[in-house]
Design a protein around this ligand. Structure first.
Ligand SMILES: *Cc1c(COP(=O)(O)O)cnc(C)c1O
Length: 241
């Protein structure tokens, strides 16, 4: 393991941790209430292992194929505590099995048909899969996630989500969103705030879950996301570049 890779990532990580601490401090939140998911997509096995050496405990991938390559490969070369794997990208229904076998949380549940497939696979594997509901708050047609751009759509979403009670092998833990690409982080704030408001709405209208987790915030906007209540941030570039 070349030291420079470990060194680069550990320096990056220290800077990210400093920024997380400052964001938490600004709004009186505890650091341990925010889970840092290091997004290792498109990074080599060596870089991914280096992140583990630097103390990363949560890794995220956005493609099933890459997760299927990397998770078993890492387990062979990394003798320490295995990371928790998060699937954060769109999953085609026919690949549901890999999600159940390879990751410990899915952030991107975006259709009821995927939920149905995951339920069947999780039941077959005799596991319960923690999942987050991906929300498309900007109404971006090219993006995945349940359309939640206006409050009028929330009632229908709530009704649909209540149907997930029929899926005992899915543990609904909260919501996930990707803010649109903006020029300054502050412009992402309304979307993060909106996700929190949607969470509060679901706590009343779909109380089968406590909706504890809000997965929001990436390299360019994670501090704003933390200020708005993110419990999980997904960071790639700031850790690996
Ligand atoms: C790539 C990716 C991230 C991380 O993005 P960075 O800007 O590199 O921090 C977070 N979430 C999802 C869904 C991603 O695909």
């Amino acid at each position: 393991m070349p030291d420079d890779v470990v060194q680069r990532i550990s320096g990056n990580l220290a800077r990210v941790e400093e920024r997380i601490a400052q964001a938490c401090g600004r709004v009186g939140r505890a650091r341990e209430d925010v889970t840092l998911v290091a997004v290792s997509k498109m990074r080599t096995l060596e870089e991914t292992k280096a992140a583990c050496i630097c103390g990363i405990r949560h890794l995220g991938e956005n493609r099933v194929e890459e997760l299927a390559d990397k998770a078993p490969a890492l387990a062979k070369v990394w003798a320490g505590v295995l990371p928790v794997w998060h699937m954060i990208g769109h999953v085609q229904s026919r690949k549901a099995r890999y999600v159940v076998e390879l990751c410990q949380m899915l952030h991107s549940l975006d259709t009821l048909s995927l939920a149905n497939r995951l339920e069947n696979q999780a039941a077959a594997h005799n596991v319960v899969l923690p999942v987050l509901i991906e929300c498309n708050l900007a109404g971006d047609v090219g993006k995945y996630g349940f359309m939640t751009c206006d409050s009028g759509s929330w009632q229908g979403l709530s009704r649909a989500l209540n149907g997930l009670i029929a899926f005992p092998h899915l543990l609904i833990r909260g919501l996930m969103t990707m803010a649109p690409i903006v020029s300054v982080p502050e412009e992402a704030r309304p979307f993060f705030r909106r996700l929190r408001e949607l969470r509060d709405y679901l706590r009343k209208t779909a109380p089968f879950s406590d909706w504890a987790e809000l997965s929001m915030g990436m390299t360019d906007d994670f501090e704003v996301a933390i200020e708005e209540g993110a419990t999980m941030i997904r960071i790639g570039r700031a850790i690996f570049n």
